[in-house]
Write a protein that binds this ligand. Structure first.
Ligand SMILES: Cc1cc2nc3c(=O)[nH]c(=O)nc-3n(C[C@H](O)[C@H](O)[C@H](O)COP(=O)(O)OP(=O)(O)OC[C@H]3O[C@@H](n4cnc5c(N)ncnc54)[C@H](O)[C@@H]3O)c2cc1C
Length: 458
């Protein structure tokens, strides 16, 4: 062990090899077993990551990559005798190039810092998620994160031009491609995006940049049904095209539950309705009346929506978004929260939520079910509040929820959070045996001795 520690210290410096309380005393983030390894290195460059991986490989040491620890599927879980590689020192934005439209950043850069660096040039990244203050570039790439702007810019996968990656044995794949077009053989970066640290360690990434809107309008609307909101979405898309940035849904119990809490303040819409949505649109030129206002006025006149509030200041915009992004008021009502991240075609959302509510209330009549999420992308988040005892025996709840998801041919048990450890037993709902076997073959091809984040996904 001493030999191993000094080899690691030689690469990253003694103070960047942490063990014992210096590791277990840290914040484990959203996964309670993140720090169980009790051993962590904090490299500062791709070359240091490569040398660390080579040492781990030579010593048969399992490597668990850690970014901002906001992942929601136990992907950062580690065990005794594993080595955690933390990217926290790799926090440099290395290039922002407005002409080429790219931002290059090390893996440990927080998403918010990347946005701030782009904003200095009047530009923005396409990926934005509520955990932006903590999650990292490496983490969002490894989980192929979605978020609140997917409807406009796509998932992380559509936003990355190039990656530098270190393989399990320390091999460096330097591919910080900045070209819009590069069809020279396989697009290898796509293998690593969404692979949750099982195929390689992402050390640097090239993101596309887009012109930042000069203004953004945010509205909260209420409707009597999901199908009316889907009609509204179709209309907004037709009339506003690429100006539409976000379309997020919140079912009655979620909206009402969250807005009861002091941190989320007053209810911008004080009446009770079956469903609410946040709609955000960008403006790239100064205009007095926003197009969103016009579209929503017409929708109100037609009865497609029943109520609407358009934010008139940044504070009001933030207050509206807080309702959607701060789930604490409902998730802290019980001992433990079980969360789901499911996806459907838009036409299946309404029957799914109705069927799920029926199935849940038949078995657990008093159990609140909070439904919200990236509705425009067909992606729903579901929060189920459980007691510690129920959480320890969660299978009956999960079976009911995934059973309902499985009724729809085009559905997924993980629209954006990934699989990690938490959803592994349920992967068969969304991927065939052939697909799961191919995933395993790819893992073995890149990492024959299963040293990189083993046990995650499959
Ligand atoms: C409040 C909140 C809101 C959220 N909203 C969204 C949302 O809207 N959309 C969404 O998609 N997700 C969302 N998430 C989930 C989470 O933020 C994302 O999964 C995020 O991408 C994780 O980034 P991270 O840096 O925290 O990664 P971590 O949690 O540290 O790690 C996540 C996974 O990536 C691996 N990993 C981390 N860094 C690297 C690296 N450099 N190389 C290889 N593997 C690596 C880890 O081993 C792990 O498997 C939310 C989470 C919270 C807490």
């Amino acid at each position: 062990v001493q030999q191993l520690l000094s080899s690691l210290a030689e690469i990253v410096g003694e103070k960047n090899v942490l063990s014992g309380d210096a590791v277990t005393g840290r914040n484990p983030g959203w996964c309670r077993t993140s720090l169980d390894a009790g051993l962590m290195v904090r490299p500062a460059s791709t070359s240091e990551v490569s040398r660390v991986a080579a040492v781990a490989h030579a010593n048969d040491l399992v490597v668990v990559p850690h970014g901002g620890m906001t992942g929601l599927v136990q992907g950062t879980s580690s065990q005794a005798n594993n080595l955690i590689v933390s990217f926290e020192r790799m926090n440099q934005v290395t290039r922002v190039d407005p002409a080429q439209g790219v931002l290059i950043a090390q893996a440990g850069v927080r998403l918010q810092d990347a946005h701030d660096a782009a904003a200095e040039h009047g530009l923005t990244l396409g990926v934005d998620i509520p955990s932006r203050g903590s999650c990292t570039i490496g983490g969002i790439i490894s989980t192929n994160a979605g978020g609140v702007r997917v409807i406009r810019y796509g998932m992380t996968r559509e936003n990355v031009l190039g990656l530098d990656v270190v393989l399990a044995d320390g091999t460096v794949l330097e591919a910080s491609n900045t070209l819009m077009k590069n069809n020279a053989g396989f697009d290898l970066k796509q293998l690593f995006i969404g692979s949750e640290g099982t195929l390689g360690l992402v050390t640097q990434a090239v993101f596309k940049l887009f012109p930042k809107p000069v203004d953004e309008s945010t509205a909260l609307v209420a409707a009597s049904s999901v199908s009316d909101l889907v009609k509204l979405l179709t209309r907004v898309r037709r009339e506003m095209g690429s100006k539409l940035l976000s379309f997020e849904g919140m079912w009655h119990d979620y909206y009402w539950g969250v807005t009861e809490h002091a941190t989320t303040g007053n209810r911008p819409i004080a009446e009770e309705y079956p469903i609410y949505a946040i709609i955000e649109a960008g403006e790239w030129t100064d205009s007095r009346e926003t197009q969103l206002e016009q579209v929503l006025s017409a929708a109100l006149e037609d009865g497609l929506i029943l109520d609407a509030v358009l934010a008139s200041s940044l504070a009001e915009r933030r207050a509206i978004w807080l309702i959607r992004e701060d789930t604490d008021p409902v998730s802290q009502l019980t001992d433990r929260m079980l969360s789901f991240d499911v996806g459907f075609e838009l036409r299946d959302i309404e029957p799914f939520v109705e069927g799920l509510s029926r199935a849940m209330s038949q078995r657990w009549p008093d159990k609140p079910l909070y439904v919200f999420g990236h509705m425009g992308d067909g992606n729903l988040h579901i929060i189920l509040g459980l007691s510690n005892e129920e959480y320890a025996n969660q299978k009956p709840f999960t079976d009911v929820i995934y059973g309902e998801v499985g009724r729809y041919a085009n559905s997924t048990i993980s629209a954006e959070h990934g699989i990690g450890l938490e959803k592994r037993a349920y992967l068969h709902y969304s991927r065939s045996e052939e697909q799961r076997l191919l995933m395993q073959r790819l893992m073995l091809a890149l990492d024959p001795t299963s040293m990189l984040n083993p046990g995650k996904i499959v």
